[in-house]
Design a protein around this ligand. Structure first.
Ligand code: EPZ
Length: 419
């Protein structure tokens, strides 16, 4: 059967309001945390994405009972005692590595295969493993399978991360929440998704302090109960739709967002010449004037400009007048949209971690393919502002992070359909 594609007729102004769905990168660790609870958790605003379904399939394979009711996922972990994640489930989603800390925390054992590399380059987990070893976990690696056994946990453990890894911070929080002992993470990731995970864990009776700062203190507790929790809005999805308004000279209200999570994104769109106005749980953006190039965009750990927004901003800058430079400091291979954008007429020179974009008058529709989640979203953004028809294939990548991107964009004037 032919792979689904998105067909986009460019040139339509984006105008209207989009309700932004829950954050993929918060819902995944929160679903993993539900495994730690002895009882039932109700997780609201859980996005209906292929990655979220993969996470509930993993929970199911561990003995949890999961069901989705509208935007909520109910996880009953009362009799869950599994400790193995099958290779095919691990391959389905590399961020399944976040289950390692939760499974070990609850059962003391865990067997799972090394997460495959992904489109962004090798995705090492050395920081995850060295932290867990410091916490007394014995890890045997044989033929790509990690066989882990919890050992004597130190009463106090100080872990300094050489880089503020989001996944490593989450795995340490998940493993340290249950049990006896105090764990301190220095140079922890500060992403809002970390604070959201801490919010869920503390609602379940955990004792996690300092999330959102570089130093997080976790005091283990003897048991965690289920809770009812609402996942934060997805700041990357919000930024993606801001890109759609910017790329089409449109105007958009994004509702259900936390502007406080998005200052570095909002400032780049303002530098492009967009009007960006944050309110309590909304952002209003308009692109009345032709876009201007942005001298330098650098991706950084939070609160710096997020790497996940880099391809989106690149797509909007293709038609901005002047020369823009993007420096990708987080992943070593995150210019996957460049070749496809050039097929649409973009003028981009990418070398190592730097990409230089010369604004062009117009882009033209083409047959393009998504190489990863955010590069795929970037192609959609470019297509909206291009002349003519664009066909985007490999859209399963896009469905990992966006709930029906075509429905959201169609609702604000885009001519887009899934075939
Ligand atoms: C999370 O990935 C997100 N994924 C990514 O979003 C996001 O791009 C990334 O954080 C950075 O913000 C989820 O939350 C599911 P990291 P993660 O550990 O945890 C290196 C998307 O598009 N590193 O902070 O894997 C690593 O190679 C996805 O939604 C090590 O060297 O990110 C990378 O260069 C893409 N050793 C850098 O750190 C380690 O042990 C940042 O990785 C771990 C990471």
């Amino acid at each position: 059967m032919l792979e689904a594609r998105l067909i986009i007729e460019g040139g339509k102004r984006i105008e209207g309001e989009i309700q932004v769905h829950g954050a993929k990168n918060s819902s995944l660790p929160v679903l993993a945390a539900a495994f730690l609870c002895d009882g039932t958790s109700v997780i609201h605003n859980c996005p209906a994405l292929s990655d979220s379904y993969a996470a509930t399939r993993i929970l199911g394979s561990l003995g949890c009972k999961c069901k989705r009711e509208g935007g909520s996922v109910i996880v009953d972990s009362s009799n869950a005692d599994g400790c193995t994640v099958s290779d095919c489930l691990m391959r389905e989603m590399r961020s399944s590595i976040v289950f390692l800390g939760a499974i070990l925390g609850r059962t003391g054992r865990c067997r799972l295969s090394f997460p495959g590399g992904c489109e962004l380059g090798p995705r090492p987990i050395d920081l995850h493993l060295s932290a867990l070893k410091k916490l007394g976990v014995k890890i045997v690696e044989d033929h790509g399978v990690l066989d882990c056994t919890a050992g004597q946990r130190p009463s106090r453990c100080d872990i300094t991360l050489s880089l503020p890894s989001v996944g490593a911070t989450e795995n340490i929080m998940l493993y340290s929440s249950l049990g006896v002992g105090e764990t301190v993470i220095y140079n922890a990731a500060r992403e809002p998704e970390i604070s959201d995970l801490a919010g869920f864990l503390n609602s379940c009776g955990a004792c996690v302090q300092g999330a959102g700062s570089s130093t997080i203190v976790i005091n283990g507790v003897s048991e965690l109960h289920g809770c009812e929790y609402s996942v934060m809005p997805d700041r990357i999805v919000a930024a993606t739709y801001m890109g759609a308004a910017a790329a089409t000279g449109g105007e958009l209200i994004l509702s259900g967002v936390n502007p406080a999570d998005m200052y570095s994104c909002m400032s780049v769109f303002s530098e492009m010449g967009c009007g960006v106005y944050p309110y309590t749980d909304k952002i209003f953006i308009n692109a009345k004037k032709p876009l201007k190039a942005v001298r330098t965009v650098r991706t950084m750990p939070y609160p710096g400009f997020p790497t996940d927004c880099q391809p989106i901003v690149m797509a909007a800058l293709c038609r901005a007048s002047g020369t823009s430079m993007i420096v990708e400091n987080i992943f070593e291979n995150r210019f996957m949209a460049v070749d496809e954008l050039m097929r649409m007429g973009a003028d981009i020179k990418a070398e190592g971690r730097v990409a230089v974009i010369e604004g062009v008058k117009s882009l033209s529709g083409a047959q393009v393919r998504a190489a990863d989640l955010r590069a795929g979203a970037a192609l959609v953004i470019a297509a909206l502002g291009a002349e003519g028809t664009t066909s985007v294939s490999n859209i399963h990548f896009i469905d990992r992070g966006y709930e029906s991107i075509e429905t959201a964009l169609k609702s604000v004037g885009a001519d887009i359909k899934r075939v």
